[in-house]
Design a binder for this molecule. Structure first.
Ligand SMILES: O=P(O)(O)OC[C@H]1O[C@@H](O)[C@H](O)[C@@H]1O
Length: 426
């Protein structure tokens, strides 16, 4: 039993909060979590947190945006209620995959320019160029069009028309009404045309900027009042650098490792496989600690000659013929990655495929994909609520509980003890 500590659970995963609290020997704090009729999140902390060390448990997955907003409001409520310290416990950290621009979606490319392309200088000019006002827009309007036709095109582009329901303030509802209106007001139309925003018509190959929401989410948590973060198996460990408060990133690998040792028959003859290069370090850490062989699936993305879209082909580096294979990854979201990998491994001669991932998000068509794939056993932790997934997948799904690991981390943070020693002998 620990004193002066409050553990509050968000609505994302009440069972996990219960299991953390039961390991700590305290009841979860009382709070009202709900929504107002308008849809805004409503939070009431129903016990005193003044001077207390508060831990708020809220995971990703499911209604991820609602859960994030609820967490932010709960943190803020505890801050204003004079909590001495607030730790956000995010077993699966939402938005942590949006910490960087994906390598195949460049923003402002640094490209070669100048007369000599080969040895030429580098420029920050976009290739192809960013669309801008100029000859392109004149062409877009159509130089042969009458002025009313030109204004009509501009208005259609800017959503002032009857088809998309935004009629604007002039009450135009269809093409006939527009023509009549313009005939009467040609002079004012001419002024409108001059004042309209330029038409944005992306050119072939132009790629828009990709939002890097991970940084925004880290800022929001800190701005709400979080003093500390506890999470597990961050997709990218460097994401911790977005915070200027302590982040404890717990490892799920000792749970996966114990599963292999206790539940995979003849596991030393099995092969650990990473489904992509990004997860190789994680998978090799497990393979090395168990003295098991390792193989890698390499995803090759090449633009085709006629299209800007990239096609990915998968190839196996290693031998899995007549072997049991254990795929290791940090998360399974749509399950495209693990199911494609499993199918490839079966084609390459694997006899049985286990997929072991820390975070079983299983969104979209993931369940159907798993059912119809070469995966024989899907193994996830309960960092995200798995109750629905269990009903749908039955014996095909094994769940590893993380409550004890988080409870021990909370206890250590509360007492100012080391977290890293928690993993030293695992
Ligand atoms: O293929 P899905 O399941 O949608 O996404 C999960 C994969 O996407 C990557 O970022 C993860 O590391 C994992 O390999």
């Amino acid at each position: 039993m620990v004193r002066n500590i409050v553990v509050l659970g968000g609505s994302s995963h009440p069972e996990l909060t219960e299991s953390i609290c039961s390991a700590l020997g305290i009841p979860p704090a009382k709070a009202l979590l709900g929504k107002f009729a308008v849809g805004e999140t409503r939070v009431e902390i129903r016990e005193s947190v003044r001077g207390k060390d508060v831990f708020i448990v809220q995971s990703g997955g499911g209604k991820v945006n609602d859960h994030l907003m609820e967490l932010l409001i709960t943190i803020s409520a505890c801050k204003i209620a004079s909590a001495s310290r607030i730790t956000a416990v995010l077993p699966m950290f939402p938005y942590s995959r949006q910490s960087e621009v994906p390598y195949n979606k460049p923003g402002a490319p640094l490209v070669r320019g100048g007369a000599s392309q080969k040895g030429g200088f580098y420029t920050f000019d976009s290739r192809p160029q960013t669309p801008h006002v100029g000859p392109h827009d004149e062409k877009q309007l159509g130089n042969g069009d009458s002025l009313p036709q030109q204004v009509s095109k501009l208005q259609l582009t800017n959503g002032i028309n009857g088809t998309n329901g935004t009629n604007g303030t002039n009450g135009l509802t269809n093409g006939h009404a527009k023509t009549a209106h313009f005939a009467e007001n040609e002079k004012s139309s001419s002024e409108m045309a001059k004042n309209q925003l330029p038409v944005f018509e992306p050119q072939r190959g132009y790629r828009p900027w990709v939002a890097q929401s991970g940084k925004l989410v880290s800022d929001l948590l800190t701005a709400a009042g979080a003093d500390h973060i506890i999470t597990m198996d961050l997709h990218d460990a460097q994401y911790q650098g977005f915070f200027d408060i302590p982040v404890d990133n717990l490892y799920g690998r000792q749970l996966l490792r114990k599963y292999i040792e206790h539940s995979v028959p003849n596991y030393r003859q099995a092969v650990i496989v990473s489904p992509d290069a990004g997860g190789a370090k994680r998978a090799t850490a497990i393979a090395d600690s168990l003295g098991m062989p390792f193989a890698l699936i390499h995803k090759e993305r090449r633009p085709t000659q006629f299209s800007e879209r990239q096609t990915a082909s998968m190839m196996l580096v290693g031998d899995v013929i007549n072997k049991t294979v254990i795929l290791i990854d940090d998360m399974a979201d749509t399950c495209t990655t693990v199911t494609r990998a499993a199918n490839l491994l079966k084609r390459e001669g694997a006899t049985k495929v286990y997929a072991l991932v820390t975070h079983g998000i299983l969104s979209g068509e993931a369940i159907e994909r798993i059912k119809s794939s070469g995966i024989d056993k899907m193994v996830v932790t309960d960092s995200i609520d798995q109750s629905e997934h269990k009903v749908l997948l039955g014996d095909k799904l094994d769940i590893l509980p993380v409550g004890n690991v988080f409870a021990e981390a909370i206890r250590r943070v509360h007492h100012g003890e080391s977290i890293s020693t928690l993993f030293q002998h695992n």
